[in-house]
Design a protein around this ligand. Structure first.
Ligand code: HPA
Length: 275
């Protein structure tokens, strides 16, 4: 498919295995003030313009702690994206969750250490509201479609994002359980907050690839990719159906996230971050 205007209203950020979004797609490279994101694929699904961004690069060569989240989110923003659907592999801390479960988290804890976590590094000081870290309206549509198309869906979960690239220790997982976490991954943060800072909706659809450290004996990246292969076709179907039914009108806090986010009477405008 060629000559799609370099615009998209919805983006899917995904790992490997979501080839359907890449087939017949036009590719774009978009430079940003924050660096170069991986190749982005532009396609049409149900008549809607969709961008697909492989977070780890096309050949899965970018580890979680090296992902340039600001470049990725800024590139999607400059394509005109208003809603982001993100996929993540996660380990289950909650023992009621099982490998291959699909999980739509509702809340998030940041346990990363070295990541660039904001577009607003300079004055005017900006404090974004993050009381609902995942877009409630987008989540609702993801849950509806996941429950329609898959039989093991967890529709509430607290996700903790660790720095990686190593998996966690059993003691860390035990601590996270005491903190109320259900699932652990390495890529939701700062992706979710950067999207909110640019007033884009963001929701995640996760799949459990393993029980977290200490619950099962040993963890491996191989196991993650085996489960990914098993759930990918369902994830694709859920995402495509969600793209079909997502309303254009946004009824959520995301669209006005910068309103009242600054001290004094500074006008809130996305243009105030460094271009
Ligand atoms: N921990 C962190 N990230 C992960 C895991 C895990 O157990 N499984 C898949 N991604």
């Amino acid at each position: 498919m060629k000559n799609l205007a370099k615009k998209a209203e919805i983006a899917i950020i995904g790992g490997t295995g979501l080839e359907k979004f890449v087939k017949n797609a036009e590719t774009v490279r978009i430079g940003t003030p924050y660096g170069m994101p991986p190749k982005i694929f532009l396609t049409k699904l149900h008549g809607r313009r969709v961008a697909f961004l492989p977070r780890h690069g096309v050949d899965h060569t970018i580890p979680p702690h090296k992902i340039n989240f600001r470049a990725n989110i800024y590139a999607l923003y400059s394509l005109g994206v208003k809603r982001i659907l993100a996929t993540n592999a996660v380990g289950a801390i909650n023992v009621k969750f099982k490998p291959s479960d699909i999980v739509i988290p509702h809340d998030l804890i940041d346990f990363t250490k070295f990541r660039k976590l904001t577009f607003y590094d300079e004055a005017p000081v900006t404090h974004i509201d993050f009381s609902q870290p995942y877009c409630p309206q987008t989540r609702r549509f993801l849950i509806q479609n996941a429950e329609k198309l898959y039989n093991r869906v967890q529709n509430m979960a607290v996700l903790i994002c660790t720095e990686g690239p190593r998996f966690e220790t059993p003691a860390e997982i035990e601590m996270f359980r005491h903190l109320g976490c259900d699932i652990v991954g390495m890529t939701s943060f700062p992706e979710a907050v950067l999207a909110r800072e640019l007033e884009m909706c963001y929701a995640a659809i996760c799949y459990v690839s393993n029980m977290a450290a200490g619950i099962q004996k040993r963890l491996s990246a191989k196991e993650v990719s085996i489960i990914a292969k098993q759930v990918t076709s369902f994830l694709q179907k859920i995402l495509i159906e969600t793209v079909r039914v997502l309303p254009q009108k946004r009824e959520c806090p995301c669209a006005n996230a910068l309103t009242d986010a600054r001290f004094g009477n500074k006008q809130c405008s996305k243009a105030s971050f460094r271009q």
